[in-house]
Design a binder for this molecule. Structure first.
Ligand code: SAM
Ligand code: SF4
Length: 328
């Protein structure tokens, strides 16, 4: 393998690419999808399976070692199985973030692609609260699919976005759930994106959550990997564990190793970057995308896409797409 060429001007090496397969979704999570009528990108403007494979191969040649498929909901794409099969042939760790509604149709595909770890988004263990957050009634299906993944020996990470006054009580419920199930729950600080009505008061911080959990349980710190965004813990004696992704109160930009590709083929060097590089248009003109990728990596800002004052802004003041349009 060649040396990694994906190094920015601050010396950070990038090994992790998140590819969005679609900006459409079967759920309507309030923190992600700003409104019911959001326009979905026309399929001709989205990367097709060949283009995804070509662009992914180029990133792998340049140093990417891990690819996460995301969206929108990646499993609603009709060619999701084909894309997974193709990318599984690359020398990378392949993984996926999904709302798990369709996971039961993909167990064999995941196994064949050697995807051992699956991230599932679920923000509550209460069916009515689930409906309030997602505007859809798929709670039971998701729970049964989480158990199906566990029965099939997948490592399951559950991502929960914690919003003040909405689902903060579920934090303790998820920690209780780790007693009998070997899931890794990650509590994510609510982040601002176009239209999602975020403000600092809606954030429940890492410190607040840890304090609350520690008032009930004896909590142990687990080791964190260098570029891992999650600060990991477990309750003594519990089968599962939990962790915090504290983008707002303790950003981890210094050790960031991630790059992103939107479903319409635009590269973002940071979740909060205000600029994008159109790799797909260049590829469709028959040109090489390598220099574009390298210069986009090099121009990555030191922190939070250059929006240094994230915590003092409102979602409306931020220049960014909504999360569903970026690909989480
Ligand atoms: N549909 C898939 C899912 O829900 O896992 C993949 C896409 S989703 C955009 C990826 C991740 O982004 C999810 O874990 C979701 O919880 C997270 N996310 C979306 N909007 C967010 C926000 N405003 N703050 C924090 N996390 C967010
Ligand atoms: Fe869909 Fe995932 Fe966004 Fe929820 S978080 S609306 S499941 S893309």
């Amino acid at each position: 393998m060649p040396d990694n060429k994906l190094i920015d001007s601050f010396g950070r090496t990038h090994e992790y690419l998140r590819i969005s397969l679609t900006d459409a979704c079967n759920l309507r999570c309030m923190y992600c999808m700003p409104n019911e009528t959001i326009e979905v990108t026309q399929s001709s403007k989205m990367m097709n399976a060949d283009e995804i494979e070509t662009i992914a191969k180029k990133f792998v040649e340049l140093g990417i070692k891990k690819i996460r498929l995301t969206g929108g909901e990646p499993l609603i794409r009709k060619d999701a199985k084909d894309i997974i099969q193709r990318l599984s042939k690359l020398p990378v760790e392949l993984t996926i973030s999904t709302n798990a509604v369709f996971v039961n149709d993909f167990i064999e595909t995941f196994k064949e692609a050697k995807m051992s770890s699956i991230n599932v988004s679920l923000d509550t263990l209460n069916e009515e609260e689930f409906f309030r957050i997602t505007k859809r009634g798929d709670f039971k299906k998701i729970m049964s699919n989480i158990h199906l993944l566990l029965q099939n020996d997948f490592r399951v990470k559950v991502n929960m976005v914690v919003m003040k006054g909405m689902n903060e009580d579920a934090v303790s419920e998820f920690v209780a759930y780790t007693k009998d199930y070997p899931i890794e729950v990650r509590f994510i600080e609510f982040m601002p994106f176009a239209g999602n009505k975020w403000n600092l008061e809606t954030v429940v911080s890492y410190d607040e959550m840890l304090e609350k959990i520690s008032s009930t349980y004896t909590v142990e710190k687990l080791p964190d990997d260098k570029s891992d965004t999650t600060r990991k813990y477990k309750v003594k004696g519990h089968k599962g564990s939990f962790g915090f992704i504290a983008t707002i109160t303790q950003p981890f930009c210094e050790s960031c190793n991630r790059l992103r590709l939107t479903a319409d083929g635009k590269m973002k060097n940071c979740l909060f970057s205000q600029t994008e590089t159109d790799l797909l248009a260049t590829l469709r003109r028959g040109k090489d995308i390598e220099q574009l990728i390298l210069s986009t990596v090099y121009s990555k800002k030191e922190a939070l896409g250059g929006q240094q004052t994230l915590a003092s802004k409102t979602a409306e003041q931020l220049e960014n797409r909504s999360m569903i349009k970026i690909g989480g």
